[in-house]
Design a protein around this ligand. Structure first.
Ligand SMILES: [Fe+2]
Length: 290
């Protein structure tokens, strides 16, 4: 059992995120210890735990404490663990063992095209290339909302946007292109400003790769608004960039952050495990004038 009093965190050298020390999150934590981790996640939005590679039982056990997990009945998951997606370019017997190959994964929020999208996501580095290749970056979308110019806030006040992965996010090199294509064909409208179901904080919920249009607006106006939003949000000073080491486990708020993975060279070896919790309800609109 871990002692919650030992939970120490140090903010990253960046606008969000923190490394947590003195606790293995997938261990058999007391409710108090888990509550400390949850509180730390709410405060920092992205948490890093360094340690030894964890078992699938431990990973799912930890992630499930946050809520219901997404399950995937397809290739590209860990055998016997439909909750664990393999994000990897590795091959076995000439077949990819996981999803996404070596391509760039542009800025996005996980499963935003689902009515009940991801609430938290978990990434564990099992095997990663050195030298900072295939780094993952994060942006705080609460801060994005809070700093959005008033005119832009007024323009999107109360509006919904449609989410569906664009063609550039088509995982053509995955082992499960058909299933992936079916999943990507889903289109869902979410409020542009959403309220986190637990903290009630307001986040801007849009991403360049999945948010296609503002409901009821012309294409041109949607494009113009998104361009202004992403010009405001995707700036170096808003980004924390993480270079992975084996055993790194990152937990992030999947409603209030966007993330991005850099492309990497085909000769490099990378194997990550990913899990996500699922929102219990569709995302609620922020009553931002309340
Ligand atoms: Fe993702």
């Amino acid at each position: 059992m871990s002692d919650p009093r030992k939970l120490e965190s140090r903010p990253f050298d960046g606008p969000l995120g923190a490394e947590v020390f003195g606790v293995e999150p997938t261990a058999d934590l007391t409710p108090d210890a888990f509550a400390s981790i949850e509180a730390s996640l709410r405060r920092h939005k992205v948490l890093l735990f360094r340690g030894a590679i964890r078992t699938n039982e431990r990973l799912t056990g930890f992630a499930r404490r946050f809520g219901e997990l997404f399950r995937f009945f397809e290739e590209g998951t860990e055998p016997g663990f439909p909750e664990i997606l393999r994000v990897s370019n590795l091959e076995e017997n000439g077949k990819p063992i996981g999803l996404t190959g070596t391509m760039e994964l542009p800025w996005h929020t996980d499963y935003a095209n689902q009515a009940r999208p991801a609430k938290e996501s978990f990434l564990e580095a099992v095997e990663v290339p050195g030298g900072g290749a295939a780094a993952t970056s994060f942006i705080d979308m609460y801060a994005a909302w809070e700093t959005l110019p008033a005119s832009l806030r007024a323009a999107i006040d109360g509006k919904l946007a449609l989410h569906r992965p664009k063609a550039e996010y088509d995982l053509a090199d995955s082992t499960s292109a058909t299933t992936q294509a079916q999943r990507n064909a889903i289109q869902t409208a979410h409020p542009i400003a959403v309220r986190h179901p637990e903290t009630k904080r307001v986040a801007l919920y849009v991403s360049p790769v999945e948010t296609t249009e503002i409901v009821g607006a012309s294409d041109a106006w949607s494009r113009e608004i998104f361009e202004q939003i992403f010009d405001h949000v995707i700036r170096p000073e808003n980004i924390y960039r993480h270079e992975w080491s084996p055993g790194d486990l990152m937990v992030f708020d999947a409603i209030g952050t966007m993330h991005h993975r850099e492309a990497f060279a085909a000769g490099m070896r990378r194997f990550m495990k990913q899990l996500s919790t699922r929102c219990e309800q569709p995302l609620q609109r922020a009553e931002d004038r309340a």
